[in-house]
Ligand binder design. Structure first.
Ligand code: AMP
Length: 282
């Protein structure tokens, strides 16, 4: 596996690869890798000829500077995991490489409603930062296939819309959420959970599955949301709910009763660790 930190070196390297006719798969990450990330790498390895993984903690998408500072980083461990998973390139640029001082980097897309609810509401500026770094990375890597996780479902929709607006020749493949045995969605932030915060973290997924059961039992959307919130506030081992929403998976607008497809999305804090999860319930 090559470890590359400079854009020009990456372009030169991938240029040679593309000449051989190999397709390029890309897995963008912020590092502190876990099985969820590695599932994307495996999928890319199965479907493309050459897999590039980026590890870049993007300062631009953190609405809370303290969250950026506390974000876990361990590049040595990440490199070992990626080598073991069979990635071809680890792209690990410095902030100045992605955002050279004085250089204007494109931003300011209009995503309509997609970046307004849920994460958009509670993390102002987050998706503007995601779109900016993704447009930059996609312009550098120029992948044919982009692998992203369903765990960040709203991010998948925003990036899909970015690809559409920018007319990039790139297919976005959404991969299933990988969970720990108790159901907790794997996340780099889970490392920061103290043992006593785990029960709170473990209460997100059951809230989603119970909402699914209520939906199948024809409970009205408004009632499911109310019951879930009440139950969560009562018995989530101290987890603090930020939002719980049932939405249309294509538009993220509030779900209608009897809708064919519905996604349940949740965000909550276990201590100072912010966790998100979602489940397509219909
Ligand atoms: P991150 O490093 O958190 O920016 O995540 C990088 C990519 O990995 C994103 O596309 C995430 O959606 C994806 N990802 C993170 N956690 C998981 C998980 N538990 N299962 C599947 N994909 C994940």
């Amino acid at each position: 596996m090559e470890i590359i930190t400079k854009i020009n070196d990456l372009r030169e390297f991938t240029g040679q690869v593309v000449k051989t006719g190999a397709s390029v798969g890309f897995v963008p990450t912020m590092g502190a890798l876990h099985e969820g990330h590695l599932s994307l790498v495996k999928r890319s390895k199965n479907e493309t000829g050459f897999t590039i993984v980026s590890v870049f903690v993007n300062p631009d998408q953190f609405n809370d500077p303290a969250d950026y500072m506390k974000y876990p980083r361990d590049i040595e461990r990440d490199a070992a995991l990626l080598r073991n998973a069979g990635a071809d390139v680890l792209f690990h640029p410095e902030v100045n490489e992605i955002y050279p001082p004085g250089e204007e980097i494109k931003s300011g897309w209009d995503f309509g409603y997609l970046d307004k609810p849920m994460e958009g509401r509670f993390r102002p500026g987050h998706f503007a930062g995601v779109a900016r770094v993704m447009n930059r990375l996609l312009g550098i890597v120029e992948p044919g296939d982009l692998y992203m996780g369903q765990k960040d479902y709203q991010q998948v929709l925003v990036v899909k819309e970015l690809i559409r607006q920018e007319k990039l020749p790139c297919r976005l493949v959404m991969c299933p959420t990988v969970r720990e045995p108790g159901g907790l969605a794997m996340s780099s932030r889970n490392i920061r959970l103290a043992p006593e915060q785990r029960p709170a973290a473990l209460s997100l997924y059951p809230a989603l599955t119970r909402a699914g059961e209520m939906y199948k039992a024809k409970t009205r959307i408004g009632d499911i949301e109310r019951i879930t919130e009440e139950r969560f506030n009562r018995s989530s081992h101290g987890a603090r709910l930020e939002y719980f929403e049932l939405a249309d998976p294509a538009t993220l607008r509030p779900a209608a009763d009897n809708a064919d497809s519905v996604i349940a999305c949740i965000a909550a804090f276990a201590g100072d660790v912010r966790l998100i999860d979602n489940l397509i319930i219909s």
